[in-house]
Structures are given as C-alpha cells and as structure tokens.
Design a protein. Structure first.
Length: 198
C-alpha cells in the first residue's frame, strides 16, 4: 500500500501503463491531444502539493507562464466557485456538488500550454489526469473511456483493456497520511492550487 506520493505515482503509472499496453492502437492519446485538459475537475491536496513542487522545479519561463494562466483562470472561476473560495476547498455547502456538474466545463487547464497543446507539468500531473483515456471503472459500475479512444471497439475489447484501479485505494491512504499533517483538507482545483503561488 502506497504511503508516499512517489509510491502512489509509481503504482498509478504502472497500472495505466499496463492498460495502455493492452489497448495498443485503440488509444488516441498523444502529445497535442488535449480534449481531457478542458473543463475543471477536483484534485486532492496531495495532487495540489505535487503540482506546486513541480512548478517550483520548472524552468523560470514555464513557472511564469503557468502562474499567469492560473491566476487568470482563478479570477474567472472564483466568483461562482462551488466551495470556499478563501481556502479553495470544494463542496463545502449543500448544493455545491450539483452546481459543480455545470461549472467551468469549457475552462482550459492552466497547466496546458496553449501553443503546444501539452502539459507544462506532465511529471507532476494529478492522479485524475493520469487516468484519462483508457477504460477506468466508474461509480456506476461501468467503465469510463475517452470518446476519442476505442472508436468501434466492442464492449468486450474495452473491458479487456480496463485499468486495474486498485491503486485508488492507495491514493486514499496516501492522501489521508498527507492531510494528517496539513491544515487544508479536501478537494480543490488546479487553478486555485497554482494561483496561490502567484
């Protein structure tokens, strides 16, 4: 069971790598394909910390560009943020989860380089980013898959290539351990996590 962020990333990448190998040419993911980088989604405090560390280690020009995009994005998102905008924590009141379903679905990720269509902090990307693309088990008991991948594949073929998502249990444990020593708990957004660094 992963207890550190490095162990968690290793487990997640191994599970996703195995799924990609089985999927082969069914996967459309490649540099410059960034449909999954449009629209906001919750990230954990551990994801936010990893992104901040990745940003701190990036080249000065990358840091400046990402920080500027994050600050601009947070400026757009803050007024209708379904949570506590002061702490960046999502879902702090009843109705926030429902509001999030229609929240900022066209907002590009501030880490997305608009020129190259690639992630400026790829090695530090959140766990949800790592799981976009291949068939992932969802809360409804089915498999979620990028609409650009597995075009024309049978349900059996999609199921054959499903990600072994047991690493998500390790993520829960790693996040709990991280939050035990952190003042801020709960999910946030990439824009908030990186706008704080501006």
């Amino acid at each position: 069971m992963a207890r550190t962020d490095a162990e968690l990333v290793q487990l997640a990448d191994a599970a996703l790598g195995d799924a990609y190998t089985r999927a082969g040419t069914w996967m459309a993911c490649r540099p410059g394909c960034h449909q999954c980088c449009i629209g906001v989604f919750p990230i954990s405090t551990l994801d936010a910390d990893r992104l901040r560390r990745g940003l701190a280690a990036a080249a000065p020009s990358v840091r400046a560009a990402v920080r500027a995009r994050a600050a601009e994005a947070w400026g757009r998102l803050r007024p209708n943020f379904p949570g506590d905008a002061a702490t960046g924590k999502l879902f702090t009141e009843e109705g926030h989860a429902e509001a999030f379903e229609e929240f900022a679905n066209n907002e590009p990720c501030p880490v997305l380089d608009p020129t190259t269509g690639t992630c400026s902090l790829y090695a530090a990307r959140p766990i949800p980013c790592r799981t976009f693309g291949p068939p992932m088990p969802n809360d409804e008991g089915g498999l979620g898959v990028c609409e650009l991948c597995f075009v024309g594949a049978s349900e059996e073929e999609v199921a054959r290539c499903a990600v072994d998502a047991t690493f998500l249990e390790a993520e829960e444990a790693a996040v709990a351990d991280f939050e035990a020593g952190d003042a801020v708990h709960g999910p946030t957004l990439i824009a908030f996590a990186l706008a704080e660094e501006s």
